[in-house]
Design a protein around this ligand. Structure first.
Ligand SMILES: Nc1nc2c(c(=O)[nH]1)N[C@H]1C(S)=C(S)[C@@H](COP(=O)(O)OP(=O)(O)OC[C@H]3O[C@@H](n4cnc5c(=O)[nH]c(N)nc54)[C@H](O)[C@@H]3O)O[C@H]1N2
Ligand SMILES: Nc1nc2c(c(=O)[nH]1)N[C@H]1C(S)=C(S)[C@@H](COP(=O)(O)OP(=O)(O)OC[C@H]3O[C@@H](n4cnc5c(=O)[nH]c(N)nc54)[C@H](O)[C@@H]3O)O[C@H]1N2
Ligand code: SF4
Ligand SMILES: [Mo]
Length: 755
């Protein structure tokens, strides 16, 4: 007799919106997935991706057993022990001859959505660095590295990210973000478009600055088209206007906590709206108008996201966004830019012990081939290909990718695709045989989302409310399958010299916890400073990621604090709330609590930032390239890895080159016709979509496509492969101050392709 249908409540792990889902399971299968109307956070919101977790679980292409590449280059399913034996056979010789310095690692985006991966990538990297690994890469350098740099310098911690308090704001200036597609980024909020509509309904104003009139821009009071890469100039001009028109409104209590505001205002003096208007493509009156509106707002916020990061002046733009929130006096105030108060004290906040107390240092070591400085411990992801193919001491001969698909997501992707086959050893911890993992000698799959417990650790750090929500696993994993945290510990053990064929997971987990607790009881910024590590360890329940989550919750702002707050939270208490536990809106006046700079103040001036001003100044009179490429997202995609879900893939072609009618006419390109797009690094042919939603002179391609490479196993994605836009993005283009990739504002030429 088939088992009765059962409803499970779970948080969707796919994006920062963290929607609460009701998942009905019958006879071992997902029958349907709907929004949970009683979820304390999302209150019944869901997007089309959320209802596909069953498809992801049931997808026959999802890897359930390890794959090893055979002598003919074909991936064959093997047992876990065979897979680890192959790792020993391939990785050990590299470690023995060249050490961990010859091993590179790349960390991908799903790490942020899965605590088994997230916490234990920390363990793997920490232990590997102890063994000598320096070649660390991540999707972060095609994403938010500028935010991390600015947060480290201004607030003393790279993950102290301020979020716009959208639910209470009366004016939101949004740059380079399209939440109608992304659902919010470095901004966790429920039903973001609903909340933006509510902001306007209560009399607030939404202004969107974007070269494309996105759906978010259409839902705004004002759309401001901007030439890609010029946001720092635009933001400086707003600041200059505020200063010139005596509209700076930093209250004394905040001003007392800020060092360098006057100096930034002096720097802004030369960047008048009139001076930058042409370069930005925005007339001076519009810039002045926005400055005045911003100053007139009571609870205004300035928010920028990936479009302001993955561009030539990403770090300066992020810096100026923070400065502007200070200038209008709404940093750390309701409705302004606020410091989230997540339920967990996230382990990602553990400051690396090698960072000096007096501030962050960059360039402590340099990449071997192009001499790129490490920034926050990483090199630009575009260095990876050259570090693999260029011979000499320190050459990457082994690569470990963790939940990443850099052959699609990193710039100059053709170069990386060509470099990977030359590795002596490539190991991927991944659930798919895709464009990147097809090069791996060994692929180790993690569990599906529905097979493991879930609580967001990183993402609640970007949330506009404080919430806790545990999700139990729904389906049991196959007998004997390791979870990702166990896989990562085993790999870490191998890096430390233990044979991959031996399982030291339990002892390594104890060592990892002991190391974390040693840091947390010693570091002055830690809530556990001077506490007894052994007592704390003894109080924790569970093992692996659940134990670390229990630690994060107990030491967090609502936690039981190991006996000091008996009514406070533990993981067990969080589990008593299947619809989540709402802990309230964000609090004001938290600077003393959150700042971790040596001075205890917000430090606005740093040589690392101001050194880039000359480059910015020089850009003002630079002529615009004839045509530049930008990036975009779609609600039904999730970076590169959800195109194997049929219900998401269907519908009109989405991987299109968006271009303005004037440009289409100029180049003789027809709507629905094919265009050849060429850049310094590559060329591709793609379907054109003509629309005046683009600014003239700017074209847009989504990333995450190009599923037509041989040796992959994603049958549905291959039916509509699309093209990989990152073939067009040269790896040499980076935001200097962060090493972040530039994928917006890339010069291209197009021509019509005759059918
Ligand atoms: N041109 C351009 N390029 C971009 C961007 C852009 O806007 N424009 N955006 C950039 C950004 S913001 C990001 S974050 C990156 C993303 O870059 P990546 O993180 O490299 O790419 P994803 O497409 O997210 O790939 C995720 C990988 O993880 C695997 N995976 C999914 N779930 C799991 C899991 O639970 N466990 C494991 N082990 N593996 C899993 C998938 O199979 C896939 O291989 O792309 C960047 N690239
Ligand atoms: N459905 C869906 N949701 C996602 C993802 C996904 O792939 N699909 N990816 C997730 C990830 S990893 C991330 S990081 C977030 C990103 O979330 P968002 O930052 O909201 O990203 P996008 O939707 O790509 O919006 C970026 C916008 O920047 C604009 N832009 C390009 N260049 C410039 C410029 O120079 N200046 C300005 N002002 N704007 C510019 C683009 O036209 C685009 O509209 O989304 C997350 N959510
Ligand atoms: S918006 Fe969609 S993908 Fe994001 S958490 Fe909600 S249901 Fe999941
Ligand atoms: Mo991202």
């Amino acid at each position: 007799m088939p088992e009765a249908a059962r409803v499970h409540l779970r948080t969707c792990p796919l994006c920062e919106a963290m929607c609460g889902l009701r998942i009905t399971v019958e006879a071992g299968k997902v029958r349907d997935i709907r929004a949970d109307p009683d979820d304390v956070w999302s209150q019944g919101y869901i997007c089309p991706k959320g209802s596909t977790l069953g498809h992801l679980y049931e997808d026959p292409d999802r890897l359930r057993r390890p794959l090893v590449k055979d002598a003919n280059g074909i991936h064959q399913e093997v047992s876990w022990e065979e897979a680890f034996a192959e790792i020993e056979r391939r990785l050990r010789p590299v470690l023995e001859s060249d050490g961990a310095a010859a091993v590179g690692s790349y960390i991908g985006n799903p790490t942020a959505h899965n605590i088994s991966l997230g916490y234990y990538v920390g363990a793997f990297i920490g232990m590997s660095q102890a063994a000598g690994l320096t070649q660390l890469y991540s999707a972060g350098t095609v994403d938010q590295w500028p935010n991390n740099v600015v947060s480290a310098l201004l607030y003393g911690s790279m993950w102290t990210i301020t979020v716009p308090d959208v639910e209470r704001s009366d004016y939101l200036l949004m740059l380079g973000a399209n939440p109608s597609a992304s659902q919010g980024s470095l901004l966790a909020i429920r039903d973001v478009m609903g909340r933006l509509a509510a902001l306007r309904k209560r009399g607030g104003k939404l202004v969107v600055v974007d070269p494309r009139r996105t759906r978010t821009a259409e839902a705004a009071d004002q759309w401001v088209g901007i030439h890609p890469g010029t946001d720092a100039l635009f933001l400086f001009a707003i600041l200059q206007t505020l200063a010139e028109e005596k509209l700076i409104r930093t209250p004394a209590e905040l001003a007392d906590k800020v060092v360098g505001l006057e100096a930034v205002l002096r720097m802004a003096a030369e960047f008048t709206p009139e001076r930058v208007a042409k370069r930005c493509g925005i007339d001076a009156a519009t810039i002045r108008g926005i400055a005045r509106d911003l100053a007139a707002s009571k609870r205004g916020a300035v928010y920028g996201r990936i479009g302001t990061c993955t561009q030539e002046f990403g770090t300066l733009a992020q810096w100026l966004i923070e400065v502007l929130n200070i200038a209008i006096g709404t940093l750390d105030r309701a409705g302004g830019k606020m410091f989230p108060k997540p339920v967990t004290w996230s382990l990602i906040n553990v400051k690396p012990p090698d960072q000096p107390a007096e501030g962050w240092q960059f360039g402590r070591w340099n990449s071997r081939v192009r001499g790129a400085p490490e920034i926050l411990g990483q090199f630009p992801v575009s260095c990876m290909a050259e570090e693999i193919v260029t011979p000499g001491p320190g050459q990457i001969r082994a690569l470990i990718t963790l939940a990443g698909n850099p052959v699609i997501s990193a710039p100059d992707s053709a170069a990386l695709d060509a470099a990977l086959p030359s590795l002596d050893c490539m190991i991927s911890v991944d659930n798919a045989l895709n464009e990147t993992t097809r090069h791996a000698h060994v692929i180790l799959p993690g569990l599906a989302a529905l097979e493991q417990g879930h609580h967001d650790d990183l993402l609640w750090q970007f949330a506009v409310r404080s919430v806790a929500h545990w999700s139990d696993p729904i389906f049991p994993p196959e007998e004997g399958r390791p979870a990702e945290w166990q896989i990562l510990l085993r790999l870490a053990g191998t890096m430390l010299g233990m044979p991959a064929s031996e399982d030291h997971t339990e002892e390594l987990d104890e060592a990892f916890l002991a190391g974390v607790l040693a840091t947390l009881t010693e570091a002055p910024y830690s809530p556990l400073h001077n506490r007894n590590a052994e007592e704390i360890a003894a109080a924790l329940s569970g093992r692996g990621p659940e134990r670390l989550l229990d630690l994060g919750i107990r030491m967090g702002p609502f936690g039981e604090d190991f006996g000091n707050q008996p009514d406070g939270l533990t993981l067990a208490r969080v589990k008593e709330h299947p619809h989540g536990l709402d802990l309230g809106e964000l609090q004001e006046n938290r600077l003393d609590e959150v700042l971790r700079t040596e001075s205890g103040k917000i430090e606005l001036i740093h040589e690392h930032l101001t050194a880039d001003l000359a480059r910015l100044r020089d850009s003002i009179d630079r002529p615009h390239p004839d045509l530049v490429l930008t990036s975009r997202r779609h609600l039904r995609s999730n970076n590169s890895w959800m195109h194997n879900v049929h219900s998401l893939l269907k519908g009109p072609e989405r991987c299109t080159l968006l271009m303005h009618p004037q440009d289409a006419e100029r180049f003789g390109i027809l709507h629905g016709g094919k265009a050849r797009v060429r850049s310094e690094s590559g060329e591709l042919i793609v379907q054109a979509e003509i629309s005046d939603e683009m600014m003239p002179g700017v074209v847009s391609l989504p990333h995450g496509w190009g599923h037509d490479l041989p040796g992959t196993r994603m049958a549905i994605a291959a039916t509509r492969p699309g093209v990989n836009s990152n073939r067009l993005n040269p790896g040499t283009l980076i935001d200097v101050a962060s090493g972040n990739a530039v994928v917006n504002g890339v010069p291209v030429v197009v021509e019509a392709v005759q059918p």
